[in-house]
Ligand binder design. Sequence first.
Ligand SMILES: [Fe+2]
Length: 229
Amino acid sequence: MWAYQKRLQYPINIKKKDLRMAKLLITQYGGSNGELAAALRYLNQRYTMPDNKGKALLTDIGTEELAHIEMISTMVYQLMKDATIEEIKAAGLDPHYAEHNKALYPTDANGVPFTVTYFATTGDPLADISEDMAAEQKARAVYENLIDLTNDPDVIGPLLWLRQREVVHFNRFKELFEYYQNKLQNPTNMDASTQFKPAPMKNNTSIMDSISDGLSSMNQFLNNFNTKM
Ligand SMILES: [Fe+2]
């Protein structure tokens, strides 16, 4: 369960409306590298992490991404709440107004609606955490792009803070990746509570055996797993 705190994770107080920036910033809500994709990615992937260490980290970061959605939504709202119809039309936001008035709606900067195809869940912890590390780097890059596109300190401050959180998340995912990678390469490090079960690899052992000598180390790796499961 979640307990809601009625405050933003970082204060947002934008005093100048800026529809151009609102139109760009919305991508960190509903774009491919945005906070909604991040939250859903981690909160879905967490169930198939092999142990409580991984489940806890994905739950923690997925939860924080929900708070970041709230920050981005607040920024977009404040940037456009006082706009006139003429200003909305001049900024090219009239299609948004036609569908949503001034309400929030998750799209990218081009107005393309959010889609769940922005993230994957493979059930393989190394594959999923690799995606998570890349997602954090892409989110960081987009925040830096957005910072380049504004001079408003009320916008830059929260964006710098969000960018820094992406760096922290990347580092924590990297630690988790290396932790699981070490367990895979050294199966004796695995304790009974770890319950690391890469089911697809186990099922494909006979196929892998027949491919080539170059995969012999892979077979050894798989055999080690089979004896553990
Ligand atoms: Fe993040």
